[in-house]
Design a binder for this molecule. Structure first.
Ligand code: BG6
Length: 489
């Protein structure tokens, strides 16, 4: 192992994702001594840049987020010395061959492993993969490619993209990122279920009334309107991030923790679901709002968004899993931009307690105060269980309290960014947290008919003020399934 090298090639090195996430994550891995002994990072993009200029650009993206330890500056210098640059077109085999020449020099005759991170728009994925594989793939080690959504806009375009990639790569070389799978509390979902006796026996229609997957951001699509308008919130958040959490939440116990065993179970969940129906969906779009003298712009005020755009910036949906475990249990999703808060969480609402021992007359209505397990993915990670408890003191009065695992209080260690975990896994060839192509197909099948219907029928979104709790329609949708959103307080 000591005699192999890993070259990480960030294709699209001057883009936003590279600067915000990829370089900082690589540095954090280096800081934690997680990168292999022989590694180099290569930036590849169209703009002309020298190695020192790339280092200067990268250095501005790095922070010493890890405790601001004293040797951080020194570590940064060491990391930057391993960073290089090659300018080139994304569809030029010649330019990729130049890159390959430089990679070879750095590899110094060792076994060469190459990880290409495609941080570029999807319409040039296939060209870049063609050039990378024909001119710059490793001759004696592995070649892997990380791609990130959007993986198409629907079943057909996603399948076309997969076919295109597979002209040059085999499935095992493709690492499709859904960065929510790299989040600490999402990874913990299966530990919570399968390493504790107390949850799994309750994890079914018998005890769970409904499950909610909630994503909200307190900012709009500012600066990303052009991208966003082509996709909308359903493709941007629901079809991937929320659906991934749902599959991990609902899957059967995998045979082992092996990537294929886990992904097999996730696919089964998706295939047990029916495509979403328009009647089970509410869409919204934010409008401008004046708060405290400040005017927050409407979605369509963004210059890169067409004035008459009907693209949803909010959606709520009810889904069902037609299997023995989950038959009849509503799985609700809600995702929105420009809402009152930034949060991602899973809420599990349990059924009410049978019998009537404490049902009435103790200060609360037990039919309404059922147990609720909340997994707060971000911010301020936490897992808490709402229980009914006796208020201390004479007499008998109940209230609702939390059994609370608050990460900041319990664990002193910083939680790594999702990209750190995912990059490390890609380097190590661990595929568990990456999306397999059949999983992607099944996910699109659930959403494609709905997306087409919304667009063909030009469904008008419900407008909601910037910074509000979103359209009231989301409450009607929940009520239709006898559910109340858990995040309303
Ligand atoms: C991305 C979406 O996948 O996830 C963005 O394209 C969204 O619209 C982002 O803002 C949210 O990620 P996080 O990690 O900040 O919750």
């Amino acid at each position: 192992k000591g005699e192999s090298t890993v070259s990480i090639i960030v294709v699209g090195a001057s883009g936003d994702l590279a600067k915000k996430k990829i370089f900082p994550a690589l540095f954090a891995l280096f800081y934690e001594d997680c990168l292999p002994k022989h590694f180099t990072v290569f930036g590849y993009a169209r703009s002309k840049m020298t190695d020192p200029e790339l280092r200067n650009m990268v250095s501005k993206t790095l922070t010493c987020r890890i405790d601001k330890r004293e040797n951080c500056g020194e570590k940064m210098d060491q990391f930057l010395k391993r960073c290089f640059y090659n300018s080139g077109q994304y569809d030029s085999e010649e330019n990729f061959a130049e890159l390959a020449k430089k990679l070879k020099e750095h590899e110094g005759g060792r076994v060469s492993n190459r990880l290409f991170y495609l941080s570029i728009p999807p319409n040039i994925f296939i060209d870049a993969v063609r050039c990378a594989s024909s001119s710059a793939s490793s001759a004696n080690g592995w070649t892997r490619v990380i791609v990130e959504k959007p993986f198409g806009r629907d079943s057909e375009s996603s399948a076309a993209l997969t076919r295109g990639l597979k002209q040059y790569l085999v499935e095992d070389q493709i690492f499709r990122i859904d960065h929510y799978l790299g989040k600490e509390l999402v990874e913990n979902l299966s530990v919570l279920r399968f390493a504790n006796l107390i949850f799994e026996p309750l994890w079914s229609r018998q005890y769970i009334r409904n499950v909610q997957f909630i994503f909200s951001e307190d900012f709009g699509t500012e600066g990303r309107g052009g991208y966003f308008d082509h996709y909308g919130i359903i493709r941007d958040i629901m079809q991937n991030h929320l659906l991934q959490m749902l599959t991990l939440f609902a899957m059967e116990t995998p045979v082992s923790l092996d990537a294929e065993d886990i992904r097999n179970e996730k696919v089964k969940v998706l295939r047990s679901m029916k495509p979403l129906q328009l009647g089970n969906v509410v869409v919204g779009q934010y409008k401008s709002h004046n708060k405290g003298g400040v005017t927050y712009s409407a979605y369509t005020d963004d210059k890169t968004v067409p004035k008459n755009s009907l693209t949803p910036t909010f959606a709520a949906a009810a889904l069902f899993i037609d299997n023995a475990r989950w038959d009849g249990v509503p799985f609700l999703m809600k995702a929105g931009k420009a809402l009152h808060t930034k949060r991602a969480e899973i809420r599990v609402q349990f059924r009410d307690v049978p019998g009537n021992l404490y049902k009435r007359g103790f200060g609360m209505d037990l039919d309404r105060s059922t147990n609720e397990l909340v997994i707060r993915v971000q911010p301020d990670e936490a897992i808490y269980l709402k229980i009914n408890n006796k208020v201390p003191g004479l007499g008998m009065r109940l209230d609702r309290s939390n059994l609370n695992l608050h990460y900041a209080a319990r664990y002193s260690k910083e939680i790594p960014d999702a990209y750190e975990r995912l990059l490390l896994d890609a380097i190590e060839g661990e595929r568990r947290l990456f999306i397999r192509s059949d999983e992607l197909d099944a996910a699109w099948e659930l959403f494609t008919p709905l997306l087409k219907e919304l667009e063909e029928k030009k469904i008008i979104p419900e407008y909601y003020p910037y910074g509000s709790r979103g359209p009231v329609g989301a409450h009607y949708l929940a009520a239709k399934h006898n559910v109340q959103w858990g995040d309303i307080n």
